[in-house]
Design a protein around this ligand. Structure first.
Ligand code: LLP
Length: 382
């Protein structure tokens, strides 16, 4: 499934997106109190946002721009959760005026800014507190977020005093607790550890006579980057059942999830063309017309994406060679993968970099005055 367009471009499989959304819906269908918010940061392509909004998911936003994108794509304001350690005054104002569902607040300083803004607008802000649960996670250091040393959230010891101060703020209403321990998590025990921590914190709230109407467990479910065709739809059953079994919700409590990567990663492929195959003294390099400006994950996190030579597969070339697959940018980190075994590769071949639907297009840049990659859509049936 490729298209005859100038490269590089993202190709999105909307059929797979629909199957992924259906799998999520099936897991939460019997739970009226479960709410899945799509983490817009993973991919804010307007067409993808419209399909996700139409499937009934809410939105998890981290900037005024994402709130705008969510509203423009049909997400109802009441389904928007607004997170982030540094919300600017204009973003708080915009969120309040739009009537978003809730702020996920990360510090007492932010709480005061929201109270001031809501007071001046004569509005009431609904706020959940992001608690740092000090739970480690089996993932890359850059995308683990729930440890005591990370910048995110309010310390557990401060939870009750901060809730008490909210109760004294006239323009702020306490709506619950928010957590997020990290991203690309494949070990369900990490989420089980989060459940245990939330249970402990809820017991503490019970003792204080405090009810948290909403528990938001964040996102983080990982996907299979190594063999995407084996697992095109992530294991949502294992993920949701970890929370169904592990969390002791109180009567009337709502449970929120903020999934990003697991919703959109497998639907996206970055398609690039081979500019040159360079035969060095020690290495052979496949030099693509895509670079880290189009997909930064390998350079930034050492992330692995499966790489395939589409032209060679179509022509049924059987010989294989080992290559470093690199981009054209003038930095030595512009490498998609070293020592990849590919079918014999030639100038002009089309290369697919798989599982690129999440944090791909959304993190693209114009460094080196390169244009942003285009996006096209096609639909596979199954
Ligand atoms: N909620 C919060 C508060 C978050 O910070 C994130 C992601 C999510 C939800 C969604 O997490 P997901 O379900 O996608 O794992 N650029 C990195 C990932 C950064 C994730 C940041 N926060 C990457 O390419 O791996």
């Amino acid at each position: 499934m490729t298209l005859d367009h100038p490269t590089p471009y993202y190709l999105y499989d909307t059929g797979l997106l629909q199957r992924t959304l259906a799998a999520i819906r099936a897991e939460v269908a019997d739970h009226d109190n479960y709410h899945v918010h799509y983490a817009i940061k993973a991919n804010a392509n307007p067409r993808i946002l419209r399909e996700i909004a139409a499937a009934g998911l809410g939105a998890d936003c981290v900037s005024g721009g994402e709130i705008e994108a969510a509203l423009n794509s049909g997400f109802a304001a009441a389904t928007i959760a607004f997170a982030g350690v540094g919300k600017a005054d204009w973003e708080i104002r915009r969120a309040l005026e739009a009537g978003i569902g809730m702020f996920n607040v990360e510090s007492i300083e932010e709480l005061e800014a929201i109270n001031d803004c809501a007071t001046s607008l004569k509005l009431r802000a609904r706020v959940s507190l992001r608690i740092n649960p000090n739970v480690g996670a089996h993932t890359h250091d850059h995308i683990a977020t729930g440890r005591a040393e990370d910048k995110f959230g309010i310390d557990m010891e401060d939870m009750v005093p901060v809730i008490r101060s909210i109760q004294a703020m006239p323009a702020v209403e306490f709506t619950g607790l928010h957590f997020h321990i990290g991203s690309q998590l494949l070990v369900m025990d990490d989420f089980a550890a989060l459940c245990r921590r939330i249970n402990e914190l809820q017991e503490q709230l019970d003792r204080e006579g405090i009810f948290a109407p909403n528990i938001n467990v964040g996102g983080g479910l990982g996907i299979d980057y190594d063999t995407p065709d084996a697992h095109p739809v992530p294991n949502f059953a294992a993920y949701f059942s970890t929370f169904k079994q592990g969390l002791r919700l109180r009567p009337g409590q709502h449970l929120h999830f903020e999934l990003g990567r697991s919703v959109v990663a497998q639907m996206g492929t970055l398609v690039a063309r081979v500019l040159y195959v360079k035969h060095g003294k020690q290495k052979q390099f496949v030099i693509l017309d895509a670079g880290f400006t189009d997909l930064i994950r390998p350079a930034f996190y050492g992330a692995h994406h499966a790489i395939e030579n589409l032209t060679a597969a179509e022509e049924q070339r059987t010989q294989t060679e080992t290559y470093d697959v690199v981009g054209p940018i003038c930095e030595s980190s512009d490498v998609f993968q070293k020592d990849v075994l590919l079918r014999e590769t030639r100038r002009g071949d089309l290369i697919a970099i798989r599982s690129a639907g999440a944090y791909g297009e959304a993190m693209a840049s114009t460094y080196n005055c390169r244009p942003l990659p285009a996006a096209y859509f096609a639909s596979s049936s199954c």
